[in-house]
Design a protein around this ligand. Structure first.
Ligand SMILES: Nc1ncnc2c1ncn2[C@@H]1O[C@H](COP(=O)(O)OP(=O)(O)OP(=O)(O)O)[C@@H](O)[C@H]1O
Ligand SMILES: [Mg+2]
Length: 220
């Protein structure tokens, strides 16, 4: 399975999401993370410690990918709509991390609606850095996205200090020994499970009813 991580905005946890989804997928089968961002954040993160999966930059990616069951691609910030189209074509699922920030919700909805037209059944928004209750921005953004027909993962990633700790230690939060780190990891595990379940269902459907009908069902 090919999963790409992209977003309309920087600092929304793309690299964090790529690293943790690759960590999850590696528990199932050999996984490659392609560091497609010139900043090489994922590569630098891994160099400080160790990651359970293999990392390659985009130059070696094509050659390496054939050796892996799963490939996760971290991308640079701010792709335009052509980039989004190319990204969506080149993967099974485009994950779009999005933080609840009240100020730019309108721009966000416009951008995501545009992707809806380009790749209606290929992408899903992941709410990241969601502040704890009593703050309500996460819930409000989810409801607004759903009202606009934009697909959102049921699982979401809470705002937790444990993620910074993983970066400092050069590891995913699954190997940080702290109670809060366990919560942080479980959140990404839930997302990983939703991705693999969706992929299995789509594969099963495609073999039964053909591509057109599958695309219609995947949009739901
Ligand atoms: N759920 C979270 N809770 C708290 N901090 C987080 C969370 N997810 C990510 N962060 C922190 O937010 C910062 C930005 O995350 P990250 O580098 O993954 O974003 P990005 O979208 O890849 O950024 P860029 O656009 O620069 O590539 C990092 O310091 C990271 O540790
Ligand atoms: Mg990044």
């Amino acid at each position: 399975m090919f999963v790409s991580i992209a977003s309309y905005k920087g600092g929304v946890a793309k690299t964090t999401t790529a690293v943790h989804l690759a960590t999850y997928l590696q528990t199932l089968a050999p996984t490659l993370l392609i560091d497609g961002d010139q900043n090489r954040s994922a590569t630098r993160w891994a160099k400080r410690g160790s990651m359970p999966f293999v990392i390659a930059d985009e130059k070696e990616a094509a050659y390496q990918a054939r050796n892996f069951t799963h490939v996760v691609i971290d991308t640079a910030a701010r792709p335009d709509s052509d980039d989004f189209e190319a990204l969506a074509k080149g993967c099974d699922l485009l994950v779009i991390p999005t933080t609840p920030a009240v100020l730019d919700t309108d721009v966000l909805i416009l951008t995501l609606s545009a992707i809806n037209r380009i790749a209606p059944n290929k992408y899903r928004v992941l709410l990241t850095k969601v502040p704890p209750p009593p703050e309500t921005e996460g819930k409000e953004l989810r409801e607004e996205l759903q009202r606009q027909g934009i697909p959102v993962f049921v699982a979401e990633i809470p705002r937790l200090k444990a993620f910074e700790r993983g970066v400092t230690d050069g590891v995913p939060v699954s190997t940080v020994h702290h109670k809060i780190a366990k919560r942080a990891w479980e959140a990404y595990e839930q997302v990983g499970k939703q991705i693999t379940t969706r992929h299995r269902e789509i594969n099963k459907l495609t073999s039964k009813v053909g591509k057109k009908e599958t695309a219609r069902i995947a949009r739901k």
